[in-house]
Ligand binder design. Sequence first.
Ligand SMILES: *[C@@H]1O[C@H](CO)[C@@H](O)[C@H](O)[C@H]1NC(C)=O
Ligand SMILES: *[C@@H]1O[C@H](CO)[C@@H](O)[C@H](O)[C@H]1NC(C)=O
Ligand SMILES: *[C@@H]1O[C@H](CO)[C@@H](O)[C@H](O)[C@H]1NC(C)=O
Ligand SMILES: *[C@@H]1O[C@H](CO)[C@@H](O)[C@H](O)[C@H]1NC(C)=O
Length: 352
Amino acid sequence: MHFYSPYLPLLPIILTSLISASPTSRHAIRAATRSPTVTSIHNFTLDTWVENLAVRANGQILATLLTTPQVYQVDPNPSSANPATLVHTFPSTTGCLGITELSPDIFYVVTGNFSISAVGSTPGSYSVWELNMAGFAAGGTPIAAAKIADFPQSVFLNGMTALEPVGGNTLLIADSGAGAVWSLNVDTRAVSKIITDPLMAPTSGADPAVGINGVKVRDQTLYFSNTDQQLIGKVALNANGSARGPATIVVGNAPGADDFQLDVLGNLFIAGDNELRFHGTVEGTGGPPDVVTNSSLVAGSTAVEFGRLATDLVSVYVSTNGGQGQYFSREFTNPGEIVRVDVLAAGWPKLR
Ligand SMILES: *[C@@H]1O[C@H](CO)[C@@H](O)[C@H](O)[C@H]1NC(C)=O
Ligand SMILES: *[C@@H]1O[C@H](CO)[C@@H](O)[C@H](O)[C@H]1NC(C)=O
Ligand SMILES: *[C@@H]1O[C@H](CO)[C@@H](O)[C@H](O)[C@H]1NC(C)=O
Ligand SMILES: *[C@@H]1O[C@H](CO)[C@@H](O)[C@H](O)[C@H]1NC(C)=O
């Protein structure tokens, strides 16, 4: 996460107040996140599974769809004249998964063949593509994408993050089926299965098997969710993204955990299981995560990302599939959507 320039003058004030907050006021911040305002930003059509999202420096939200191989730009202003603009439709694949930014307005997207209701994942069908968003505006025409790498040895690629906080060229990608993390250097296009760990593994027999799912790097540490094992784990990293040792559990009681994000204090906002949840790693309460909201607007929540404008810096955007059960019953009543939740916590700054 990094801040849009108009916000910069405010940055020291907010960061100082958040970081120096006493445990009591931190608790107040956490308590305030328990009944936040929840605003529907954009509804996709019924039967559209929004799988992940990223936020551009200009505040526009990039949403990846799993049910069609497309990325849309969603305007955070719910009354925009162009609420959602198609960015790209990927060829020869059925859907999109993780998305992350490596350098300003250069985003990478995981694509692959994953059927929610039928065959599950097609091993080896996954690729990572580059989208250069510079100059792309709401209401514009779709842009080209460049394929960076195929992953013929992958099982089920899912969440993706940048290895280095600033200026790096390496992506880390969760393989939910293999229980592993792949690295991809976008300059050399070198691909390596860089981490495997028992805490990343899917539960044997689960169908579809979904082990390690969301991934984020903070302070040379990889944080990850494991949906089957219902946990958030972490592992310290070497400079090349390999693990310095075995992973350990951060949250051991995270049913349905999908993707997540860390705030500036290192606390976790976790999507999944029809809720947005909060785990105060700073206070270390040890218990299950608190429910931030279980509004029907976040039914089928899949991922969470902080805003980057002065107006949404202490809000998160949540992507949803509208409720996972619909994809098995094939009776759709609630669309996949982008929702804003005013959590009163800020994302980690990555000044460039
Ligand atoms: C999206 O649909 C929900 C009902 O499913 C509705 O409450 C909400 O207002 C809609 N959002 C927008 C932006 O139209
Ligand atoms: C993935 O799906 C696309 C679209 O249906 C198809 O063209 C392609 O052959 C599939 N790839 C694999 C590896 O099965
Ligand atoms: C990554 O770095 C570690 C520690 O320096 C080293 O042991 C390992 O071989 C490296 N792995 C790769 C794939 O380069
Ligand atoms: C949210 O949680 C409350 C309290 O547990 C419960 O009464 C309500 O039914 C839940 N709402 C949804 C949409 O699940």
